[in-house]
Every structure is written in structure tokens, then in C-alpha cells.
Design a protein around this ligand. Structure first.
Ligand code: FES
Length: 647
């Protein structure tokens, strides 16, 4: 007769195993990652699984709790000391007795946007680079003069299969006392980045240590965002953000590069500032989660090339002008101590590779998260900031570029622009008949024609318009006929509406007239046209490289991407024509990508390989960029039909 069939969910990996096979071993054999700290001794509880019950016709399996060995003494013992949720089993002590469908709990990325209805449904599995390995070490024996450390590494090889372990020097002076304190039972923290690299012993604890954490951090030029994650369960246990203190040296990236060029200590000061902010955030997330920061063993960072270089202590001057040479483009592996991060002495750091001098590790992380390289459809991935980073491609080919959009999309260079903060108008609708606007304001969180608005506006004054608000107001002005296709405000409407006012030789639209008077000027509209034309021209260039006249789906990443309404982005011609329901704001895709790299070393390899084959296009060197740019100034633009906008 056939051996029982065991199917592991959510990965769907399956195999047949003889009755009596240990379930943890079966998982290992199939390459299904199930955590284990104690090596199957029934004390860590990390190997828990659920048995699904019922008939799974698609797979031809009937799974039942009766198809698994009865509760063992080890499980009883574990359940008596800690809580084991009903239905949960310790896979290390359960044996296969019939067909089974096993659920491996995935706390990690279940809540992330990685798996969406139109995205590929690839399952995110964990396979962290950090492994906690409990071992029992032989006591010293005068007849076998092998050192304590050597007996430890021997045990690690016997129990965990780690050959050729490298040992961090800082462990040597402590190894004897730790072994004795643990009565010859210790937990080794092993770092193993790639299949091919030698494992390293990076920390050692007496007894069972059943905790290990990692951080994923996105260093933006404006804000730094950090997630603290359990490396053993994959769950995010605390998140925090702070503004990047480098802002005091320069608002945007180029002004920070010039600061370095003009001040002898500039690079050092900015490196120190960002590292201090990161150390502060580490303290904050650790405190929030109630953990010790020395239990953080791994950290993944992403950022644009200038942030990446400054964080590593590299002078970014070369990135300030053509040919925009990166000091290093490949992934970085180093120690937290090298970067003064004040984690565990043995903690490791990983930075994703940079794609090009203008397209950084953040774009690589967003690519890893959204996965254009994993699918057949042509995906456009745009991260809008001071520079728009654009990635376009599919399984066959991926191209990338950055476009100099300038800061208009973030509300800078706009007369009434401001950061997205309480008091900023973020949404706008204009009635085409009366030209009267309705607005929604951050911190008031009601539309201006709702009764609650007036009351709440007492506390939160309207002070400006943020990036998404600017985009919406310009798009709405276009839809209401206030501006022409060329972006010119129609002064003749002044006769119809008091909102249209003269401003020197041009006209403005008064969006808000309260404590502050906020008018959208002709110059503001020009700034938005320039920014959107730059973005569109970059996209167009990449579409030409791909020899495609359409994209199948669009992902708008970053804070701005999640605020803009896809419809308005298309009305402005910011993004190419595409079915609106295939346009999705994906939030901090770079942060999610960093978390993926933290939780699974296979993702590190995947993005390193992908980045190597991404073709980099330098917009500044492409003669056609200027042409595209000029044509894209009009609304939506003069070259491409926008069919999907019809309805
Ligand atoms: Fe530790 Fe199963 S592996 S309890």
C-alpha cells in the first residue's frame, strides 16, 4: 500500500512518508520551514502546527486528527507548563499515521500587503538567517583533551548539521562560564546567510533561549521607519518612525550632497545623525515590545543610494553628478558594531543591493515585495518622492530608471504647499457647475460640507495643501474646466465664480478662504505639470525599452503613492493608461521588502539575482527623454490616448 500523503499549508508542499515518520522531519525533508529551537526535545514549543480536518478533494486527501499519533508525554509535559492552544501539536513529537493536511502558522507576513488579489499568490515562507540552536554539550573529560568550545561545535554539528562553524571572537572569553552556567546545556545563535556560506556562531546563552528578534528599517530622506520582528514567529511586534535628522543639513537629497561637498565634517555629521536616530528608534521599539535590545540579532536596512551611502559612512559626492557612481552596488553584509548600532555584539546587518546611482536599495526592496520579475504581466512600479524611482517589467525583463520629479509632489515649491500633517488639505472635489470645492483635511477627517467639520476645525486650523491635495485640486480643476489641457487657468470664469481671481498677469483658484487663504496659482499648476511630465517621460522611456505600448498593472509605492487616488493620478497623466482596478497603492512596499529579506534568506538571494539582471536606464543620457517630457506637459498628455479614463 502507498504511504500516507502529507500536505503542508500554506506552501502546498507535499510528500508521502512511512507511518511513524516524525512530522518535523517530514517538513524538513520537503523544505517546509518549521521553527525549532530545542531540536525536538519538546521544550521550546516553536514547532507547533495545526492539523486540518476534512476532505480536500482537490488534493485527494482526507485529513483527520486521528491520522497523527496521540499526545505524547513530551507534549503533555509542555502543555502542562505553557499554553498549547487547542488543536495545536508539537510537530517534533507527533508522528504520521495517515493522510494529513498540516497548517504551519504564518504569523509573519500574513497581515502585510504582499499577497493581494491581483498579485501573485506566492506564499511567503520563513527561512531566517538566524537560527537558535539548543544543544547539550559533553562535559570535559581528562582523557579527551578537546576544548569546551570544540565540544560545543561538535554538538552543533551532530544535532544541527552545522559543519565548519566560524566562531565570533567575542564569544571565546565567555564560552567556559556560559557552558557551566547552563550546566552544559546552551543555546547557540547561528547566523547563516546563504546556503553556500559557512555558519557563524554569533552569540551564546546558558540554557534554553527562546527569543530572537530582528529589525527591518527603511531609511527615507524624510522619515525613518522601523519594524521589530520576532525571528522565531515572524510576527511584527512593534513599529515606530522618526523624522530623518539629516533634514537639518538639507531638505532634499541634493542639498545633503552639497552639504558634504562644502563642509569637511559634513559626511561624518550626517552619518552620525542618522545612526543616532536609528539607535533611538531601536530603543523605542524594544521598549514598546518589552524586550532587551541585545536580543536583536539581525537588522535589514533599505534606502535610496544617498541615504544608503551616508548610513554606511560613505561619501555620497559621486552620486551628486554624472555618471552617478555608487561606491558599492551589491548587497552589504556587516556587523551592527561596525555601524555603532548598539545591538548585540554579534548582531549582523544586511543592506539590500542598489539598482543604480539613482535607484536605490529601497527600490530593490519594493521590487522584491511587488515581484514584477515573478510574473508574466507587465508591471509598472513607481515610488514617488523627490526622485521618482520607476521599475517596469515582467518575468522576462525588468528595466529601471529614476526621474527628476522634484519636490512638488510632496507639497514643496507650491505656494500653499505643506507636508502631510494636521491642517493640510488632502482631498479635493470641485463642483463643475458652481466651481465650489469640498475639501478633506488631515486631523479634521471630515469633508468640509459635513456638519462635524466646522466643530472640529476649531481645534485644527487649515494651514496648507499637501502633495496628494495638490494633485487632486489640479486634476479637479481640469475636470471642472477651470484649467485647459495646457494647464492655463481660464480667467473668463472670474465672471462666474469669485473663486477665480487675478494674480498679476495670470489667474488663481481660491481653494480655501478661512484663517488662511489658500490659492492655487498658475505657477503651482506649472510645478505639478513639470513633475508629472518628468514622471511620465521616465515611464514612457522604460516602456519603449520594453517595446510595449501598455502596462498591465500599476503599483504606487511610498507614502505619497498610498495617498493619491489612482483616478486623479491618471487624470493628470502621472501614470499611463491602465484599468483603474489594476492600479493599486501599496504603501511602504520598501519596508515590506526589507521585512521579507529579514525573515527569509531566500529573498536575499532572489533580489540580489534580480537586481543584477535589471537593466538600468539613465534618463539624463537618453535624448528622447526631453521629447517625452515636453509632450507630457499637457493634461493628461498630448501623445497617448487615455482610453480607460472614458467612464
Ligand atoms: Fe522544540 Fe518541538 S522543536 S518543542
Amino acid at each position: 500500500a502507498k504511504h500516507p500523503l502529507v500536505l503542508f499549508m500554506p506552501s502546498g508542499k507535499r510528500g508521502r512518508f512511512p507511518v511513524g515518520t516524525n512530522l518535523l522531519e517530514a517538513a524538513r525533508e520537503l523544505g517546509v520551514y518549521v521553527e525549532s529551537v530545542c531540536g525536538g526535545r519538546g521544550i521550546c514549543g516553536r514547532c507547533q502546527i495545526d492539523v486540518q480536518e476534512g476532505r480536500f478533494a482537490k488534493h485527494g486527501v482526507t485529513s483527520s486528527a486521528d491520522h497523527i499519533s496521540a499526545f505524547s508525554a513530551k507534549e503533555q509535559n509542555y502543555a502542562s507548563k505553557r499554553d498549547l492552544k487547542p488543536g495545536r501539536r508539537l510537530s517534533c513529537s507527533a508522528r504520521i499515521e495517515g493522510d494529513l493536511v498540516i497548517d504551519v502558522p504564518q504569523e509573519g507576513l500574513a497581515q502585510a500587503q504582499v499577497v493581494r488579489k491581483d498579485a501573485d499568490r506566492r506564499v511567503i515562507e520563513r527561512n531566517p538567517v538566524i537560527q537558535m540552536c539548543y544543544v547539550e554539550v559533553d562535559e570535559p573529560d581528562m582523557h579527551k583533551p578537546l576544548g569546551d568550545l570544540d565540544r560545543l561545535t561538535q554538538a552543533l554539528e551532530e544535532d544541527w548539521g552545522f559543519a565548519d562553524i566560524l566562531v565570533d571572537h567575542h564569544i571565546l572569553p565567555k564560552v567556559q562560564s556560559i557552558l557551566r552556567a547552563g550546566k552544559w546545556a546552551v543555546t547557540a545563535v547561528i547566523h547563516r546567510d546563504l546556503e553556500t556560506s559557512r555558519p557563524s556562531l554569533i552569540a551564546l546563552y546558558p540554557g534554553l533561549k527562546n527569543e530572537a528578534y530582528g529589525i527591518a528599517c527603511d531609511i527615507g530622506s524624510t522619515t525613518i521607519a522601523m519594524h521589530l520582528t520576532s525571528l522565531l514567529s515572524g510576527a511584527v511586534i512593534a513599529s515606530s518612525g522618526a523624522s530623518n535628522p539629516q533634514i537639518r543639513f538639507g531638505e532634499d537629497l541634493m542639498s545633503r550632497v552639497s552639504y558634504v561637498m562644502m563642509n569637511p565634517d559634513g559626511r561624518e555629521a550626517m552619518t552620525r545623525a542618522v545612526r543616532e536616530a536609528i539607535v533611538g528608534l531601536i530603543g523605542k521599539v524594544a521598549a514598546e515590545a518589552g524586550i532587551d535590545h541585545t536580543d536583536i540579532f539581525d537588522a535589514v536596512f533599505v534606502g535610496n543610494p544617498i541615504m544608503h551611502h551616508l548610513f554606511l559612512g560613505i561619501d555620497p559626492t559621486e552620486l551628486g553628478g554624472a555618471p552617478f557612481a555608487l561606491a558599492v552596488s551589491g548587497a552589504i553584509h556587516c556587523r551592527a558594531d561596525d555601524l555603532d548600532l548598539e545591538l548585540n555584539t554579534g548582531s549582523r546587518v544586511y543592506l539590500l543591493p542598489c539598482i543604480a546611482g539613482h535607484v536605490g536599495a529601497d527600490a530593490a526592496a519594493a521590487t522584491l515585495c511587488e515581484g514584477p520579475h515573478r510574473q508574466d504581466e507587465m508591471m509598472l512600479l513607481v515610488d514617488v518622492g523627490t526622485n521618482a524611482e520607476i521599475v517596469l517589467g515582467n518575468r522576462n525583463r525588468v528595466v529601471a530608471a529614476s526621474s527628476p520629479t522634484g519636490p512638488a509632489f510632496e507639497g514643496a515649491e507650491i505656494s500653499c504647499g505643506q507636508r502631510a500633517a494636521p491642517g493640510a488639505i488632502e482631498r479635493v472635489r470641485i463642483d463643475p457647475a458652481t466651481l465650489e470645492p469640498r475639501v478633506r483635511v488631515i486631523g479634521i477627517d471630515h469633508w468640509s460640507d459635513e456638519p462635524e467639520f466646522a466643530e472640529r476645525a476649531q481645534a485644527t486650523k487649515v494651514t496648507g495643501v499637501c502633495g496628494s491635495g495638490i494633485m487632486e485640486v489640479v486634476a479637479e480643476m481640469f475636470l471642472a474646466g477651470v484649467i485647459s489641457e495646457d494647464g492655463v487657468v481660464d480667467g473668463s470664469l472670474a465672471a462666474r465664480s469669485p473663486r477665480i481671481v487675478q494674480n498679476g498677469r495670470t489667474w488663481s483658484y481660491v481653494l480655501w478662504d478661512g484663517d488662511a487663504r489658500l490659492a492655487i496659482t498658475q505657477n503651482d499648476i506649472r510645478a505639478i505639470q513639470l513633475a508629472k511630465a518628468a514622471l511620465y517621460a521616465g515611464t514612457k522611456l522604460l516602456m519603449e525599452k520594453q517595446e510595449t505600448d501598455h502596462v498591465d498593472c500599476i503599483r504606487l509605492a511610498g507614502a505619497f503613492g498610498s495617498l493619491i487616488d489612482p483616478k486623479h493620478a491618471m487624470i493628470l497623466g502621472l501614470i499611463p493608461d491602465c484599468d483603474l482596478d489594476r492600479v493599486a497603492a501599496v504603501g511602504n512596499a520598501a519596508g515590506t521588502g526589507a521585512r521579507m529579506a529579514l525573515l527569509n534568506r531566500d529573498y536575499r538571494r532572489e533580489i540580489e539575482q534580480t537586481v543584477r539582471r535589471i537593466e538600468k536606464i539613465e534618463t539624463a543620457l537618453e535624448p528622447k527623454f526631453q521629447d517625452h517630457f515636453v509632450h507630457a506637459m499637457a493634461l493628461p498628455n498630448k501623445v497617448d490616448p487615455f482610453d480607460k479614463l472614458g467612464g
